[in-house]
Design a protein around this ligand. Sequence first.
Ligand code: 6GU
Length: 242
Amino acid sequence: MRIDVITIFPDYLNPLREALLGKAIERERISVGVHDLRDWTHDVHRAVDDSPYGGGPGMVMKPDVWGEALDEVGAAQEATPRLIVPTPAGRPFDQKTAVRWSQDPWLIFACGRYEGIDQRVIDDAATRMPVDEVSIGDYVLVGGEVAALTMIEAVVRLLPGVLGNPLSAEQDSFSDGLLEGPCYTRPEVWRDRPVPDVLRSGNHAAIARWRRDQALERTYHRRPELLSALPEGDLDKADRKQ
Ligand code: 6GU
């Protein structure tokens, strides 16, 4: 997978080169390009923003600069890129979105700052490529960079050969619509707290049942709306006793 990020703060994306994402680059599972938006300015001030039509606070990112940047970064290659625009005004990004994007050959992230990017940039790009305006949650960040990092990490860990153990991705929280329950490792007793007996019983059916019950209980307390959203038939008889 190819991933490009356009931003006025390229250094913000440095964590991409660390840990799991860095390994994925080394192993050539992904190739990453981070581009400085100001490279496409033509004036001495290298201006990327201007005041909003209609008035109001803040500044809007200029369409001409973004237009040229997207033309160049999105040019050539056989594939069509998907353009992703992080914005608090976007559709919610979730695990389903990550799975869908992980099938794409090429993602371009357009990170806005200030009040946002002139809407015509997005509308124009949408005539040539799929465009998703997405939010990572109901709070406001100062720019799209951290949101892009978040989404890139969620997508890249799903690519084959990126996680050491592919079962990790299959058994994630959300993969069955529930939160994952608690987990334990050695020692067997720590500060007078024992590991739950069932996990040391060797009874795999009982362990699976216990984990399912823990996931249901945790989801009920922390994210009740996830339980109501489960498709009919996802809860079996034993689940309903919970
Ligand atoms: Cl994607 N961008 C910004 N700037 N703020 C956000 C966000 C994105 N998602 C939540 N808040």
